[in-house]
Design a binder for this molecule. Structure first.
Ligand code: PEP
Length: 249
């Protein structure tokens, strides 16, 4: 019996006031329950509003969408892992496709961010995924496993066993074209096998989420696929009623 994770990546959406209103509606729909976990990733400036709105719901977790790899210093505009932890984050997205492809984040930087997250006591949600060209060239598994190794390579086995992985094919993010449950499952199996190769006893503890054009209509089928331990949702997490119905899938 799975206890799935539902993670909402709001990207650059929802002001503090919008975020507060969203959480109020969501809490009216979603009572405390043991059989699923919910994580919100609000934009940094709305983070405090969500912390306040969730003050009576410690069952719901929070994460930030990005961190710098240094703990502090002269990096104007950036936020560090210790700052995120101090603000109430438990998770951080690392290696999201928009960080890699819009902001040019490299695999080396992704690895350093994962290490910074772990140093500060944050759980990294490591996002991996191939482009359409890579999929069509038959490179999906090698690309995804390469990203996985680069992200987790500097961690001890115990720290790597505390990570979360999100398989998010780049061609599926924000396009309305999700991976089929079978395609997602196949890549999740490859990720699980790779985790098992360097984390023999801890690999099963690492949840593997699927992300990419998840919506109310496809969430149940994707969640039912073998090795899919939860969903990372962008666009369909922006509407409180719609997100409630996905979380209650
Ligand atoms: C995401 O940004 O992580 C994502 C999965 O986006 P969407 O659900 O909009 O495809």
């Amino acid at each position: 019996m799975k206890s799935p994770i539902f993670a909402a990546n709001w990207k650059m959406n929802h002001s503090p006031a919008d975020a507060t209103a969203f959480i109020r509606t969501f809490l009216a729909n979603f009572g405390k329950r043991q059989d699923r976990s919910v994580i919100f990733f609000p934009p940094a400036l709305s983070f405090g509003a969500v912390v306040s709105a969730l003050k009576d719901r410690p069952d719901i977790q929070l994460g930030v969408q990005n961190i710098h790899w240094e703990d502090k210093g002269a990096f104007t505009g950036e936020n560090s892992a210790p700052i995120a932890r101090g603000a109430g984050a438990k998770y951080v997205l690392v290696g999201h496709s928009e960080r890699r492809h819009v902001f040019g984040e490299t695999e080396v930087e992704t690895g350093k961010k994962v290490a910074a997250a772990v140093r500060a006591g944050l759980t990294p949600v490591v996002c991996v995924g191939e482009t359409l060209a890579q999929r069509e060239a038959g490179e999906t598994v090698s690309v995804v496993l390469g990203q996985l190794r680069a992200a987790l390579g500097t961690l001890s086995g115990a720290d790597a066993a505390n990570a979360v992985i999100a398989y998010e094919p780049v061609w599926a993010i924000g396009t309305g074209r999700n991976a089929t449950p079978a395609d997602a499952s196949a890549v999740h199996h490859a990720i699980r096998a790779e985790l098992h190769a360097f984390l023999p006893s801890g690999s099963l503890a690492v949840p593997i989420l699927y992300g990419g054009s998840v919506n109310r209509g496809n969430a149940a089928d994707l969640l039912a696929a073998p090795e899919v331990d939860g969903l990372l949702v962008g666009g369909a997490s922006l509407d409180a009623e719609g997100w409630s119905s996905i979380v209650l899938t």
